[in-house]
Design a protein around this ligand. Structure first.
Ligand code: CP
Ligand code: NVA
Length: 305
């Protein structure tokens, strides 16, 4: 045991600007093969999922193994949390067994409660409010294309003001790049997160996707109905008309523009087949980078890197 405070990664601003850049740098070293340490040797990560996942589950599990540790997949269908055992009890019990907890769930407060009541690092694997690990992977992908200094990059977000949009705002807040958000009326990002980012970066909001994309270096979108919003799909499909990223729209971006999507994607809705499979798409690098950034985050909060 040490007296060091427990570090969590519940949102991007949980790390300082320097820590975020160091984490991206460590992730790049891990990706290159230059890093061979095993900071999770003998350690276990509990992975709680109350929503579906392909990338998050597999990349955390593989990443833990590659760092010398072991990951436990805990679906809420199988653990007592799904039968109503309180988060605060789950947090204290799991903390007696494992060295870190990753959770994907609905309510941000459940994540905060897990961190508050537990005594091991907690990592946000997506909530309704935020998806910080995904944005770290996106930032690494942007660095791979445009260099390590992110401050001059223009990022466009086109779509719902959802967990992804909120986390892009948090990234702009910490790193100071220009972020243009286009969303339909009624689908704004979280007001508090938006205002905080406006105080630190050039944040442009519009209801016109073309205005956001014009001259942008990074064009980014997501599904119109997130997990848990499935019954709103028809209304959202109507409300998001005009929000599909097309090849023609991509050509209005900067000459070096790339396309990002956290996946899973709905081709023909928020993006065309031509864009996601096209030369500007970096979605497979982006998905791979989940593995590298999460290893770096785990090395930092669980492995003392
Ligand atoms: N992007 C992402 O988080 O994917 P999964 O839902 O498959 O984990
Ligand atoms: N906004 C999407 C992201 C999925 C990775 C959702 O929450 O379902």
């Amino acid at each position: 045991m040490t007296d060091r405070p427990v570090r969590h990664f519940l949102q991007i601003p949980d790390f300082s600007r320097d820590e975020l850049l160091q984490t991206l740098d460590l992730a790049a070293r891990m990706k290159s093969g230059a890093y061979t340490d095993r900071p999770l040797d003998g350690k276990t990560l509990a992975m709680i999922f109350t929503k579906s996942s392909t990338r998050t589950r597999v990349s955390f599990e593989v990443g833990t193994y590659q760092l010398g540790g072991h990951a436990l997949f805990l679906s809420s269908r199988d653990i007592q949390l799904g039968r109503g055992e309180p988060i605060k009890d789950t947090a204290r019990v799991l903390s007696r067994y494992v060295d870190g907890i990753m959770i994907r769930t609905f309510d941000q407060q459940d994540l905060v409660d897990l961190a508050t009541w537990g005594s091991v690092p907690v990592i946000n694997g997506l909530t309704d409010l935020l998806h910080p690990c995904q944005i770290m992977a996106d930032l690494l992908t942007v660095q791979e294309n445009f260099g390590q200094d992110l401050s001059g990059v223009k990022v466009a977000w086109v779509g719902d003001g959802n967990n992804m949009a909120n986390s892009w705002l948090n990234a702009a807040y910490m790193l100071g790049f220009e972020l243009r958000l286009a969303y339909p009326a009624g689908y704004a990002p979280d007001a508090e997160i938006l205002e905080r980012a406006r105080g630190a970066a050039n944040i442009i909001t519009t209801h016109d996707p073309r205005e956001a994309v014009e001259g942008a270096d990074v064009v980014n979108t997501d599904v119109w109905a997130s997990m848990g919003q499935e019954e709103e799909s028809a209304k959202r499909a109507a409300d998001f008309q005009g929000y599909c990223i097309t090849e023609e729209m991509m050509e209005t971006g900067s000459g070096r523009a790339i396309f990002l999507h956290c996946l899973p994607a709905h081709r023909g809705e928020e993006v065309t087949e031509g864009v996601i499979e096209g030369a500007r798409s970096r979605v497979w690098d982006e998905a791979e980078n989940r593995l590298h950034v999460q290893k770096a985050i785990m090395a930092k909060v669980m492995g003392g890197a």
